[in-house]
Design a protein around this ligand. Structure first.
Ligand code: HEC
Length: 177
């Protein structure tokens, strides 16, 4: 009896979870579905879709590059780049291996090391199959033609909104106009 009610409760919780959050299933069938699931739970959308940090991610520019940069003192300001398959402004011209390397080691094909605000130090813990699935999913989404500015070196004028580490004693800002 106990086991049966446990099963019923678990099923009820699962049903509720899928009603409020229509995520692809954890045990997805195809690599692309698995990749979609991983991209959603890893929060790639947060830092790579414009509008996300203002509460209105732009569905027409999904993963097309952020409009907000993160300032790392001494290193510069870095915004999530266009990771759609657009050849000119995204990663459409990269090989699967180059995309996988950027995600797990932070190394771009041009040799530049990505700023550590991109979570490659966490993503290196993904299994090889999961990394392949993420790459397969990124290749499957619509290309967005959007050339994001940046990154900006220390001393350079920044043309986008920025997350900045400030010393204590600041006044919390109003919403940007
Ligand atoms: C906390 C914010 C954040 C999250 C979450 C994040 N990224 Fe990034 N990502 C960045 C930033 C910022 C850059 C650019 C860093 C730089 O230019 O040095 C970047 C760069 C990249 C690049 C290299 C693109 C290029 O043109 O250089 C790829 C590929 C990438 N991210 C994929 C992903 C994927 C896939 C996920 C989710 C599994 C993800 N990112 C999650 C912030 C993030």
């Amino acid at each position: 009896m106990r086991a049966i009610s446990y099963v019923i409760i678990t099923a009820a919780i699962a049903a509720m979870a899928s009603a409020v959050n229509p995520l692809p299933k954890a045990h997805a069938e195809t690599a692309i579905e698995r990749g979609h699931y991983l991209v959603v739970v890893a929060g790639c959308n947060d830092c790579h879709t414009p509008g996300f940090f203002f509460g209105k991610p732009d569905p027409n520019k999904y993963l097309g590059g952020s409009d907000v940069g993160f300032e790392i003192p001494g290193l510069g300001v870095f915004n999530g780049r266009n990771i759609t398959p657009d050849k000119e402004t995204g990663i459409g011209g990269w090989t699967d291996e180059q995309i996988a390397a950027a995600i797990t080691t932070g190394r771009r094909p041009d040799g530049r090391q990505l700023a550590p605000i991109m979570n490659y130090q966490a993503f290196v813990n993904m299994t090889k199959d999961d990394v392949k699935a993420v790459v397969a999913y990124l290749r499957s989404i619509p290309p967005v033609h959007n050339k994001v500015p940046g990154p900006y070196k220390p001393g350079e004028k920044v043309t986008i909104f920025t997350f900045r580490i400030e010393p204590p004693g600041q006044t919390a800002a109003e919403a940007p106009k």
